[in-house]
Design a protein around this ligand. Structure first.
Ligand SMILES: Nc1ncnc2c1ncn2[C@@H]1O[C@H](COP(=O)(O)OP(=O)(O)OP(=O)(O)O)[C@@H](O)[C@H]1O
Ligand SMILES: [Mg+2]
Length: 303
């Protein structure tokens, strides 16, 4: 049985088709990335998974529990870190987490609450009112809140938007540990290097449709080869190298050009062509294709 089964989910806001039939089956223990540009429908899908929004058609089940007909059991199996920060400003961090525990009928949960606060570096803010926390601190509490009932499936909607490097590292260490302990993680982020480092499988959403779904490794392999980035001190790119340019119609920024290479043996002739044309290289790098390249290619290809 899948940890999260999404079957043909559709959602329309007036004339806008926010989700046009999304199906995804996420297995227990996966670290799954849900990527897509602004407005692709990621948060809409997550709010349907969380039971906060109703799909027009299709269904979602968490560990076999339908989010509509078996809401309470589904909800118990799920922890969601929402994209938007919403809190009752008058409660302290600890009170907020205790209330969330109470909502799931958990008493005597303080040991775990302390551990979660400790892992997210919130311990010294335990008795601080929510309104007195900085944005990044509030986001830590949102994460803690999603975890108080130790849900087997954890969905994080842009948990690292606007948070500092230290929290990102703390957060990924903790989430990584939960994943190794068997929790299923679903992550939405615009930081593609984070997704590349963390996720074993990725779905890309565009205009409410899944336009790519594969292992992270396989997605990156779709882009063959690397790119040679050269910055020229003098001169322009000679005519015979124009066809290697990425993007093919883009202007050079700061004399910098990105050239597609499929093989290391192509580098030497490129350098020779530059030398012959009188161009002088200021800086040069050979870069492997990464998830960002794949993302751009897939999004452009599915216009
Ligand atoms: N309550 C609503 N009423 C009307 N339209 C909405 C509503 N919520 C979302 N939308 C629209 O649905 C589409 C999908 O929005 P959604 O928030 O799911 O995108 P997203 O992929 O999470 O984007 P982002 O990366 O910016 O968070 C957008 O065009 C958005 O304007
Ligand atoms: Mg969103």
């Amino acid at each position: 049985m899948a940890a999260l089964q999404i079957t043909n989910v559709q959602k329309r806001y007036q004339s806008l088709q926010a989700l046009g039939g999304v199906s995804l089956s996420i297995e227990e223990g996966e670290f799954f990335g849900l990527l897509g540009p602004n407005g692709a429908g990621k948060t809409t899908l997550i709010s349907i998974v969380a039971g906060l929004n109703r799909a027009d058609a299709g269904s979602v089940a968490i560990h076999g529990h339908d989010v509509v007909t078996d809401y309470r059991a589904a909800r118990r199996n799920l922890g969601v870190v929402p994209q938007e920060l919403v809190f009752d400003p008058f409660f302290t961090v600890r009170e907020t987490l205790r209330m969330q525990s109470g909502y799931f009928g958990l008493k005597n949960n303080d040991k775990w609450i302390d551990e979660v606060m400790e892992s997210l570096d919130l311990t010294n803010k335990a008795d601080t009112n929510m309104r007195a926390l900085s944005g990044g601190m509030k986001r830590r509490v949102l994460v803690a809140q999603a975890l108080v009932h130790r849900p087997p499936v954890i969905v994080l909607d842009e948990p690292t938007a606007g948070v500092d490097v230290e929290l990102r590292q703390t957060l990924w260490k903790f989430i990584g540990r939960l994943n190794r302990e068997g929790h299923t993680i679903v992550l939405t982020t615009h930081y593609l290097e984070e997704a590349q480092a963390l996720c074993n499988r990725i779905a890309m959403l565009k205009f409410g449709k899944v336009v790519a779904l594969d292992s992270t490794e396989a997605l990156i392999k779709r882009i063959s080869g690397s790119q040679l980035v050269v910055r020229l001190k003098h001169g322009g790119l000679p005519e015979q190298l124009q066809n290697l340019l990425i993007p093919s119609d883009g202007p050079a920024v700061n004399g910098q050009y990105q050239l597609r290479v499929t093989d290391y043996s192509q580098v030497e002739p490129i350098l020779a062509a530059l030398r012959t044309s009188g161009a002088v290289i200021d800086d040069m790098q050979l870069q492997q294709a990464d998830l960002e390249d794949v993302f751009i290619q897939i999004m452009e290809g599915s216009k």
